[in-house]
Design a protein around this ligand. Structure first.
Ligand SMILES: *[C@@H]1O[C@H](CO)[C@@H](O)[C@H](O)[C@H]1NC(C)=O
Ligand SMILES: *[C@@H]1O[C@H](CO)[C@@H](O)[C@H](O)[C@H]1NC(C)=O
Ligand SMILES: *[C@@H]1O[C@H](CO)[C@@H](O)[C@H](O)[C@H]1NC(C)=O
Ligand SMILES: *[C@H]1O[C@@H](CO)[C@H](O)[C@@H](O)[C@@H]1NC(C)=O
Length: 807
């Protein structure tokens, strides 16, 4: 090649080379060599000289180019015999593809005619660059093509011949391809693109190569063609998940449609080979399919069912990402997705009563276990931490046991069935979640009765008022006791305490119905012999052991007007109330004749005696004091008056049905001095006696009154400090001295009465409402108004003392 280049270069240096060849020894064949592309008129050769003609003879001869084919290319100068180029000669035009471009000229020389053959070789000059038929060549090569694969390219063309034609190809630098040339002769070299190294579309999907064709000129001319290799995709890449690990947390109870996670896989392949769809793993649990859905296009996993932490707290879901390559060549990747469920406080605690004693004895000791309670909460963590307590302030408390979530309900203080027979205990269990959930359970604890209550009498003490002369065996009154216990513990038996020393000596008159407490008298009472007595009733319940209590019963016998007044004076020896009084005739009016004295064993009105004259011989002579029984003269005696007068005096008590007695006094009027004297002495004695009595009466009355007022005040104060008791009371003042007055107080309803009067002639049975002879002490309410009216009437021996005062 080097030699050829040098040779061509030498040819170019020579403009003209004369080669004379001898043709068969007869005629010389003239040969010229001429580089193409000479300028117009360039000399090809000196024909004259080469034909051996001198310039002189040339004038006569004359040249002519006979050959028609080349006549326009050359001209012969007739003067100097030079063969010149006519116009420009392009070898490629003249000879086209002929490698040795020789133009044969037939030159006629006249005078004489001689034919000479001249051949002009047109020597190639590298005036063309190689050219490719296309500027750009596109190739599509699959990435699966193996190294060594060959791809034919179109050869470049160069009209120049020989070494000036295309000599070699060069490929721009790249890793994957080289160029290989196959010589097809005739100066045609075919380039082949050979794959050296496997292609990877994912790395480079398009290769741009520049193929350069060089000819053999000096310097060589070049032509280029761009080769674009598009790498065709092959499904050679697996889908790859963008995350190594998919681990998500999900709250339980999230609504359907919540997106749990979106998985994402990518595939480097192109087109459908790189498109991905997602599916659940083939052996996925069917339960998961009811809870989660996978969007095959987007890779979103959504919730479609109820997520319950308490059922499963962790899910592992296998999913696959597959590309959409040809069905049998699809590539898939697997990934496991971990979904951790977070507990939400969605379960309320529960209370279960594991053991329970429905009836608890009321005398249970503090700390007695009533129930065992177990608490549960399905949630975990703080959502499952449960606190249990009792809401109200009850005599129970919860104590935690050694076991978790077991509590015992124990009594916290002593119980009493009679106060609260049953408890509804509200147990609250509350968890520590946010917000907390709670549960309330009510346990009813029934207290069972224990005989811890003694019978209680309705009144203590009891006071009963019984009319004297009652019918024996008839029920008088009844006592009753109540027992707060239940059933047998509350069944009461009544008995009279008989061996209670002195106090029970009257108990023998009395009997009791042990079941209902009715009390019967075995005898008839007499107020005049027994005014009051006391006995004790014992009530016992039927519990075991039974409890007892006793009550004092005070019985007050009420008076009846059953005693006839008894005349004490005058009193005769044969038992009749008859007396004889002698008075002198000269006594003045108002002279005290005598005094009838009588006695009534009854008290009050029943014993209050009034005197009246039933029979009198002369009404103008004598008067009788209604209250005192004193008989006095009304006027002086006259001569005409009888000497003897008979007075019948009726003594009557004030009972409802009054009883009476009569006394007869015979008054004899005497004239004698003795009689007068005797009468005077008697009168003096009587008067003195009367005076003394009056004096003592005043002193006694004064002191008794003072004592009364003091005792009344004391009583008022005592009554004030006592609670109001509406029962009827019969209080006998035991402190009276027995000589003049006695008092009896009693209460009826809200009024308190005090009866006062002379010992022998004053009674107690005043009808309520009658204010005669009474001390009225109004009840507390009225006393608060600040007005208490007291009327005190004391009658003794005909003297009335009346105090009335307002406090
Ligand atoms: C998946 O990941 C690719 C690459 O990281 C990203 O371009 C694409 O947007 C992602 N797709 C989704 C749906 O997130
Ligand atoms: C009666 O009761 C009183 C107390 O109320 C008690 O002191 C007394 O001992 C009792 N008597 C009898 C006999 O039970
Ligand atoms: C006592 O007197 C009242 C009226 O003041 C009368 O109703 C009653 O029947 C009387 N009793 C007797 C036993 O007469
Ligand atoms: C007592 O008895 C009565 C009859 O019972 C007589 O009528 C009285 O005269 C008699 N009195 C005297 C003082 O003997």
């Amino acid at each position: 090649m080097e030699q050829r280049v040098r040779a061509s270069w030498r040819l170019e240096l020579l403009h003209m080379t004369l080669i004379i060849l001898f043709w068969n020894g007869v005629r010389a064949q003239i040969r010229y060599s001429l580089s193409e592309e000479q300028k117009d008129g360039a000399v090809v050769g000196n024909l004259a000289k080469d034909l051996g003609l001198d310039l002189r003879s040339l004038k006569e001869r004359g040249f002519r180019i006979v050959t028609t084919s080349g006549d326009s290319l050359f001209t012969v100068n007739q003067i100097d015999g030079m063969l010149n180029v006519n116009g420009k000669i392009d070898r490629e035009t003249v000879c086209e593809r002929i490698i040795a471009c020789i133009i044969n000229l037939k030159i006629a020389l006249e005078n004489p005619l001689e034919i000479h053959y001249v051949s002009v070789e047109i020597v190639d000059v590298n005036d063309h660059a190689p050219t490719f038929p296309e500027k750009e060549k596109r190739l599509e090569i699959s990435e699966s093509a193996l190294p060594g694969a060959r791809y034919q390219l179109q050869a470049a063309r160069d009209p120049d011949s020989a070494t000036n034609s295309v000599q070699q190809y060069k490929l721009s630098h790249n890793d994957h391809f080289r160029i290989e040339i196959k010589d097809r002769g005739e100066d045609r070299k075919m380039p082949f693109l050979v794959l050296q190294k496997a292609l990877d579309r994912e790395t480079t999907s398009r290769h741009k190569l520049l193929l350069t064709a060089l000819d053999g000129g000096r310097p060589p001319k070049t032509g280029t063609m761009e080769i674009i290799v598009d790498v065709l995709d092959v499904n050679d890449n697996m889908p790859v998940f963008t995350q190594d690990v998919y681990s998500v947390t999900l709250k339980e109870n999230v609504p359907v449609g919540t997106i749990v996670v979106q998985v994402n896989a990518t595939d480097m392949d192109d087109g459908t080979n790189g498109e991905i769809f997602y599916t659940f793993g083939s052996d996925i649990d069917s339960k998961l399919l009811k809870l989660f859905d996978l969007n095959s296009n987007t890779g979103e996993i959504t919730v479609i069912g109820p997520i319950d932490y308490e059922e499963t707290n962790n899910y592992d879901i296998d999913i696959q990402a597959s590309d959409k390559g040809p069905v049998n060549y699809r590539l898939t990747s697997d990934k496991s997705i971990t979904i951790k469920i977070i507990d939400v406080n969605d379960n309320a605690p529960e209370i279960e009563v594991t053991s329970f004693s429905s009836a608890v004895p009321e005398d249970s000791k503090v700390g007695t276990t009533v129930a065992l309670i177990s608490i549960s909460d399905l949630d975990s963590g703080v959502n499952g931490k449960v606190l249990c307590y009792i809401t109200e302030d009850l005599p129970f408390r919860l104590t935690p046991s050694s076991q978790d979530n077991i509590y015992s309900l124990v009594t916290a203080s002593s119980l009493d069935r009679e106060t609260v027979p049953r408890y509804d205990i509200k147990l609250v269990a509350k968890d520590a979640g946010q917000p907390p959930l709670s549960y309330v359970k009510t346990i009813t604890v029934q207290l069972s009765d224990v005989n811890d209550n003694s019978p209680e009498f309705s009144f203590t003490p009891y006071s009963f008022y019984v009319m004297e002369n009652n019918v024996p065996g008839k029920s008088l009154f009844s006592v009753s006791a109540a027992d707060h216990d239940l059933d047998g513990n509350a069944v009461i038996n009544y008995n009279i305490l008989r061996n209670f020393g002195d106090e029970s000596k009257h108990a023998s008159f009395i009997n009791i119905n042990s079941e209902n407490g009715e009390i019967y008298a075995l005898k008839s009472f007499d107020f005049e012999t027994l005014k009051t007595f006391q006995f004790h009733v014992l009530a016992s319940d039927s519990g075991f052991p039974s409890l007892i209590s006793n009550v004092t019963v005070n019985v007050f016998i009420l008076d009846q007007n059953d005693n006839v007044p008894v005349i004490l004076y005058p009193f005769s020896a044969n038992g009749s109330a008859e007396g004889v009084e002698e008075i002198p005739r000269n006594v003045n009016a108002g002279h005290l004749v005598t005094k009838v004295r009588a006695y009534d064993a009854d008290i009050g009105y029943n014993g209050w005696l009034l005197f009246s004259l039933q029979e009198v011989s002369d009404h103008s002579l004598f008067s009788l004091d209604r209250y005192t029984g004193q008989i006095r003269t009304l006027r002086s005696f006259t001569e005409t008056d009888e000497a003897q007068h008979k007075l019948v005096i009726l003594v009557k008590d004030n009972g409802n049905v009054s009883l009476s007695a009569t006394a007869t006094v015979i008054v004899k009027v005497v004239e004698s001095k003795e009689a007068f004297a005797a009468s005077d002495v008697i009168n003096a004695v009587i008067d003195e006696e009367e005076n003394n009595v009056t004096f003592y009466l005043i002193i006694t009355l004064g002191s008794v009154s003072v004592l009364f007022i003091i005792s009344i005040i004391v009583l008022i104060v005592m009554q004030c400090s006592k609670s109001t008791d509406y029962s009827s009371k019969y209080l006998q003042d035991m402190n009276y001295d027995g000589t003049l007055c006695h008092s009896i107080q009693y209460r009826s309803g809200d009024k308190r009465y005090m009866l006062v009067g002379p010992r022998m002639s004053f009674g107690s049975t005043l009808a309520p409402g009658s204010n005669r002879n009474t001390l009225v002490i109004p009840d507390r309410r009225r006393r608060d108004s600040g007005e208490v009216k007291m009327i005190l009437i004391i009658k003794s021996e005909g003297v009335f003392c009346v105090w009335s005062c307002f406090i």
